[in-house]
Design a protein around this ligand. Structure first.
Ligand code: OAD
Length: 231
């Protein structure tokens, strides 16, 4: 595909782009972690019922993401950004930091950031790479003493900074979606918004997403193989 100097690229990524770095997707693993459904450990209700279980889940994900390396698909997006500059915007549903470690800069984590935590009272996110594996180790705010939670958007919570996402999407001429099942909204609805503006839409992944009918082009294959030769 050829991009002109007028084109602006909006990229949406999901768990599939990190799959080849060894991080499990949500639906691919049957949505299960240690026998729990993801909904049982990634909701405000789970946090209220068992914060130690929730922190155990995110501690393991911190551990796994730290051990993973960016793959060719992450690197390809960083390379495209270097060419497009401000005409590039990356919105990811992923909470890992593999895009950043590949060199991406214009990036927004709509579902939060695995390596940030925030006080449940002060609500201010801060960098945090620690793991909290036991109930005794649960973190508390150094200012007010309230419990500290992962800076993650859980089911039933509103994704971060949707206004900027819609604004960037409105400016885009091409929407490229990579490695997401198209099952979680509002991310899965971005392609429909793009369609209203006749923005060209492309999906990359080994299988069709649930919202496949909304795309102009579907490029079937692993992101690490399809993305590097796309532009
Ligand atoms: P899913 O697990 O739902 O979907 C992963 C997608 O990646 C699937 O469509 C796979 O076909 C695709 N895939 C697998 N291997 C791939 C590869 N090598 N290259 C490209 N694609 C590949 O993950 P998401 O759609 O990201 O939300 O899930 C969306 C949200 O649901 C997550 O952000 C999370 C989850 O609940 C929250 O935590 C709020």
């Amino acid at each position: 595909m050829h991009l002109t100097k007028q084109d602006r690229l909006f990229v949406l990524t999901g768990a599939g782009i990190s799959a080849e770095s060894g991080l499990a997707t949500f639906r691919g693993s049957g949505g299960l972690w240690n026998g729990y459904r993801v909904e049982e450990v990634a909701t405000p209700e789970a946090w209220a019922a068992d914060p130690a279980l929730v922190w155990h889940f995110y501690s393991q994900r911190r551990h796994n993401a730290s051990a993973a390396q960016p793959n060719a698909a992450h690197l390809a997006l960083a390379q495209i950004e270097r060419q497009l500059g401000d005409r590039f915007y990356l919105c990811t549903q992923n909470v890992d930091d593999l895009h950043e470690r590949a060199g991406s800069q214009r990036i927004h984590h709509m579902h939060g950031n695995l390596f940030q935590s925030r006080c449940t009272q002060c609500n201010q996110p801060f960098p945090d790479t620690d793991v909290y594996e036991t109930a005794a180790a649960l973190p508390r705010c150094s200012n007010c003493g309230a419990p500290v939670r992962p800076h993650i958007v859980w089911f039933g919570e509103i994704p971060l900074d949707m206004d900027t996402i819609y604004d960037k999407l409105n400016q885009a001429t091409v929407l490229l979606v990579v490695g997401t099942s198209g099952s979680v909204y509002p991310a899965a609805g971005l392609v429909h918004i793009a369609n209203q503006k006749r923005t060209h839409t492309i999906y990359i992944g080994p299988e069709e997403p649930l919202n496949h009918q909304a795309f102009d082009e579907i490029l079937l294959g692993p992101a690490s193989e399809v993305l590097p030769s796309l532009f």
